[in-house]
Design a protein around this ligand. Structure first.
Ligand SMILES: NC(=O)c1ccc[n+]([C@@H]2O[C@H](COP(=O)([O-])OP(=O)(O)OC[C@H]3O[C@@H](n4cnc5c(N)ncnc54)[C@H](OP(=O)(O)O)[C@@H]3O)[C@@H](O)[C@H]2O)c1
Length: 242
């Protein structure tokens, strides 16, 4: 059955791979992003070339009014959004003693205000049809805690708490809420870590970085029809690290 799926942060990395995968599964995908119109247009073109349906929905997930307004307007004109993948995320790494408030605030807001602003307007339509899927992209950092990433680890741990609580609120209505916790995945975000890939690979039992498509496959399963008894879970996609 074709569903409408909103993927935040779909211009690059894991979000892009997820959008391509969900479009290939037959869903109409809504590509959210903040700055990279050029890349988002490329993703939409690729999906359309492969016979899929894609629409651009740019907004800043951290800006409540902007994000909620765009999502509500979309639902009003196009009907319920059945699948939400809260994938947009950023890092602003620094040891905590030197961390600026702005860098604490921004990382938390992209993860948690983003979750609130995008997910909440979609709930009503999901409740009306007794079907919905929400996947939050957390991180191994939430479970492990990374030095230099107190803001990011806290933001992602918050997202896991929200996942578990919301799953309990909605599970009797056919709406399943889960999280994935990727390890080291080969995307632009890793560049900000400033650690050579070879050093990261030594930490991973499988001996290599993950690919965005490998996370996308797990997300695609979590939003499918096949997960009727799976909710409130955090699925690690990390090459065996945890
Ligand atoms: N890669 C990893 O190793 C790894 C590990 C664990 C968890 N994760 C999580 O996985 C998710 C995706 O990461 P990635 O590695 O694919 O990152 P990425 O390649 O840096 O892509 C980030 C995406 O998020 C979008 N974005 C950032 N801030 C936004 C905002 N305020 N509003 C809307 N969109 C925004 C970007 O859009 P624009 O560029 O167009 O602005 C981009 O599409 C993140 O939540 C990240 O924390 C990644």
């Amino acid at each position: 059955m074709q569903r409408q799926a909103l993927i935040t942060g779909a211009s690059r990395g894991i979000g892009r791979a997820t959008a391509v995968k969900l479009a290939a599964a037959g869903h109409r995908v809504l590509l959210n992003y903040r700055t990279r119109d050029d890349l988002a247009m490329e993703v939409a073109e690729r999906i359309k070339e492969q016979g899929g349906q894609a629409e651009l929905l740019p907004f800043d997930v951290a800006e409540y009014k902007q994000a909620a307004t765009v999502v509500k307007q979309y639902i009003k004109t196009h009907g319920a959004i059945d699948i939400v993948v809260n994938n947009a995320g950023i890092t602003k790494d620094q040891l905590f003693g030197a961390m600026k408030y702005e860098d604490w605030d921004r990382v938390i807001r992209v993860a948690l205000d983003g979750f609130y602003s995008v997910t909440k307007p979609c709930i009503h339509g999901m409740l009306k049809q007794n079907w919905g899927r929400i996947v939050n992209v957390a991180s191994m950092a939430a479970l492990f805690g990374n030095a230099g990433q107190v803001n990011y680890s806290a933001a992602k741990a918050g997202l896991i708490g929200a996942t578990r609580a919301l799953s309990r609120e909605l599970c009797k209505r056919g709406i399943l809420v889960n999280a994935v916790a990727p390890g080291f995945i080969d995307t632009d975000i890793l560049a900000a870590l400033k650690v050579p890939h070879e050093d990261l690979e030594k930490l991973i039992p499988m001996g290599r970085l993950g690919l965005p498509a490998e996370v996308a496959k797990v997300i695609a399963f979590l939003v499918s029809e096949d997960t009727s008894y799976l909710t409130g879970q955090v699925i690690g996609v990390n090459g065996g690290m945890l």
